[in-house]
Design a protein around this ligand. Structure first.
Ligand code: BGC
Length: 768
């Protein structure tokens, strides 16, 4: 039973307390390391085996659960020293009680670590991560993570299960909403920004939390986009396309990692020594600790890895340090030790890593460091945080279509019909994973529009349809109370009302798409259209002949072929968070000119999936449209509806050809590629200038192009700016078949443009 949407802390156990899991400063200096080692070694000498195993046990109090199991007896567990951390509990009172129980009630006074799924904001909700990535603005993203950390610490937390950096090329997978899309390079940049935003310069700071990078690894590669499904890919693809964001998070100093549910090379990630030790620690140099995903240790039994004792031993030996919820470590490790299936050194290593995390977070200095009731009032859901959420949301919107410059709308005169099940709706503004977010406090689209136009524009509202009329689908969406419901009016009556409202208005705003529970965990869809009830509504609206502007809510790329044919404009707003309505209205009425760009390809049809821009060439490439015996479909084009990097503006940008500082290069030379971008339209606006590189001849088949840089530039009307990229051999490197990361000499294509499918091109020759 999932309770993602509970917004009141539930302390299931008695008066005593929980506490947090601290983590350390980003890169500890050798002297600091030595001090930490001495501290942890001294402490560990005093610990019994049971106490050590207790540190490896992460429990949940029952607030935010994603599996069928929860823990009981937590109060007793804390004082017995059999709990290392708690997640799903927040609020300074609750956290203080739990921490008191650990610090005052246990023999060795070891503090707890307190975690939570703070995914896109804590109380002030920012756009869903896929939306946030569409800002292409690392500063905004880092700031959003920092604000989330401030709010989370103000409520006693010190560990967040974020960033989610899984690359996803399959829009059927509901968790594509939680990541940064399909590109490994951009995904890595965003991973780094988020880790920095959460952890700050030192995790000991009162407003810093430890990041937990998830889900390691390859979770987004689930076959058929079906949740928790098998992943199978070549090492080359792993290294080239899926691993870079995890690695970037390590490089940014992430304090912890979460193992994923899926298998990697046939072995569940949670018990995969190659993954958790050889790659993560030995090759990448990760120094933090690894926690399992929710009951992932136990689930290895279903994967065919043995009974609970066997899988727990396997996970520990693989390099897993903390067991989330399933209590396999707690209940079996001692037995395995006695039977010599694991060694004391295995337990010590994991225990040391957990204690080091607490040390790095400063919890041994002050277990209550972020428990400050005054901050709980001042730092949470304040005007400043809400403003940041609004600005981030505005920057995340992607204008997919805008015929005849119908947008922006005029702020006075005329009439607008606001229609759709998401038009006067607060709950679905927040998107997936908003454990502490209070949807009642979010701003609906209708409210946001009223804030901007007041009485100057006549607004005619009609709900028009249910999110869905499909009873079975509704049951699946309602995993929390009343998430989706049926209106008292029949679908026909609702459409009738909507058509009436449309007919008496100049323009129709159709606010439609996916509701909160249609994306996120365990929300795979085989059909990624707008639900049928809403498509019927749209059809009726098109038939009125009024221009229809779609304001689209979605946690994933959707198939929008019909909408693209019939709507006058489409503004993709994802799930914008607390300030949804205000941000949407600012953009619709032109106070902010949209500059978001897609980070995941939008297919024409679900049958094209997986479809992504950085694919390899085939031996029979598709060139000038469908031809027999080429790599294509009989019934559909190969190209997507909207490519990676795509997004329009209210203004128009033109690009000059590329100027290169040189065309023949050697060794560590660098080349500067410059374009002049001109704002040739009627509004000031931002353009995201994108750099792609191609490597047409190499020892392994290479992607047709790969993103290697971007700049977001602001241009006034008529203004032209030179935008330059410096390219060095570092950007030419790739993994060869020996998995060696290097570059090979030859010709390289340099492409600069407004999206992955619309670029200027130039070539250089590079010798070693
Ligand atoms: C999810 C994780 C999440 C964890 C704890 C799991 O089901 O896969 O992303 O952090 O639950 O809530």
């Amino acid at each position: 039973m999932k309770t993602f949407f509970t917004n009141k802390p539930v302390l299931k156990f008695a008066a005593a307390a929980l506490l947090v899991m601290p983590y350390g400063a980003m890169a500890q200096q050798p002297a600091a390391d030595a001090k930490m080692n001495t501290f942890v070694s001294t402490l560990m000498k005093k610990m019994t085996i049971d106490e050590k195993i207790g540190q490896l046990n992460l429990v949940t109090g029952g607030m935010a659960i994603t599996g069928s199991v929860t823990n009981s007896g937590i109060d007793n567990g804390i004082t017995k020293g059999s709990i290392g951390g708690i997640f799903g509990l927040y609020g300074t009172d609750n956290v203080r009680k739990a921490q008191d129980a650990a610090v005052k009630g246990t023999r060795l006074h070891i503090p707890l670590i307190f975690g939570l799924d703070v995914i896109h904001g804590h109380r002030t909700i920012f756009p869903i991560p896929l939306g946030m990535s569409a800002t292409w603005d690392l500063g905004l993203i880092e700031n959003a993570a920092h604000i989330a950390a401030k709010e989370a610490t103000a409520e006693g937390l010190n560990w967040v299960f974020s960033p989610m950096v899984d690359i996803a090329r399959d829009a059927r997978w509901g968790r594509i909403s939680e990541g940064s899309g399909e590109d490994p390079w951009l995904g890595g940049k965003i991973a780094g920004a988020m880790v920095r935003g959460y952890q700050g310069t030192n995790m000991k700071n009162a407003d810093a939390v430890m990041a937990c990078v998830k889900h390691f690894a390859l979770y987004g590669g689930a076959e058929a986009g079906r949740e928790y499904n098998t992943v199978d890919m070549s090492r080359l693809r792993m290294y080239q396309d899926y691993m870079p964001p995890y690695k970037a998070a390590v490089d940014a100093g992430a304090g912890s990692f979460m193992s994923s549910f899926n298998v990697v090379d046939g072995v569940p990630a949670t018990g995969n020594r190659w993954l958790l030790t050889d790659l993560l620690r030995n090759q990448w140099g990760f120094k933090g600790f690894v926690v399992s995903d929710y009951t992932a240790v136990n689930e290895m039994t279903n994967h065919g890895m043995g009974d609970l004792q066997q899988v727990s031993a396997l996970a520990l030996k693989a390099g897993l340090d903390m067991d989330m919820v399933g209590e396999g470590f707690l209940t079996t490790l001692k037995k395995s030790l006695n039977e010599k299936k694991i060694s004391l050194a295995d337990i010590d290593l994991a225990c040391r890593r957990v204690l080091e995390a607490k040390y790095k977070l400063g919890l041994f200095d002050n277990p209550y460091k972020s428990i400050n009731p005054a901050k709980e009032k001042s730092d949470v859901f304040n005007d400043e945080n809400r403003k940041a959420a609004r600005i981030t949301a505005e920057h995340s919107f992607v204008l997919l279509k805008n015929n005849n410059q119908i947008l922006p709308l005029k702020k006075s005169g005329g009439s607008i019909a606001v229609i759709g099940p998401l038009g006067d709706n607060k709950r679905d503004m927040l998107g997936t994973w908003v454990i502490a977010g209070e949807w009642e406090k979010s701003v609906s689209v209708l409210e946001g529009i009223k804030h901007i136009v007041g009485d100057n524009v006549k607004l005619n509202y009609a709900k028009g349809s249910n999110i869905t009329d499909d009873a079975e689908f509704m049951k699946r969406l309602n995993f929390g109370p009343d998430m989706v419901s049926l209106d008292k009016k029949s679908p026909d009556e609702m459409i009738e009302d909507a058509v009436k409202a449309a007919k008496k208005s100049d323009i129709v705003l159709a606010v439609v798409g996916e509701s909160q529970s249609m994306s996120g965990e365990s929300s795979s869809r085989s059909d990624i259209n707008i639900p049928e009830s809403q498509r019927k509504l749209l059809k009726a609206l098109y038939l009125t002949g009024k221009p229809v502007v779609i304001v689209l809510f979605n946690g994933r790329p959707l198939t929008l072929t019909t909408e693209n044919e019939n709507a006058a404009a489409i503004l993709d707003v994802w799930a914008p968070g607390t300030e949804a309505g205000n941000a949407i209205a600012e953009v619709l009425f032109g106070n902010y000119n949209p500059a978001g760009r897609l980070t995941a390809t939008f297919p024409r049809s679900v049958g094209q999936i997986p479809v992504y821009y950085n694919h390899l060439n085939t031996g029979r490439p598709y060139t000038d449209g469908p031809t027999k015996f080429k790599s294509n479909y009989l019934d559909i084009a190969n190209d997507p509806l909207f490519p990676f990097g795509y997004g329009l503006s209210y203004t128009k940008f033109t690009y000059s050809d590329i100027k290169l500082s040189k065309t023949n290069l050697k060794g560590n030379d660098a080349v500067t590629a410059t374009v002049t971008v001109t704002n040739a339209g009627p509004y000031a606006g931002e353009e995201v200038v994108q750099l792609y590189i191609s490597d047409p001849v190499a020892s392994v088949s290479r992607a047709v192009k790969e993103l290697k840089g971007f700049r977001k530039v602001m241009l006034q009307v008529g203004e032209a700016k030179e935008v330059s990229f410096t390219i060095t051999p570092a950007q030419l490197k790739f993994y060869n078949s020996q998995l060696k990361y290097d570059w090979e000499p030859g010709e390289f294509g340099i492409q600069i443009g407004t999206n992955s499918a619309d670029v200027k091109t130039a070539k250089v020759q590079w010798t070693k």
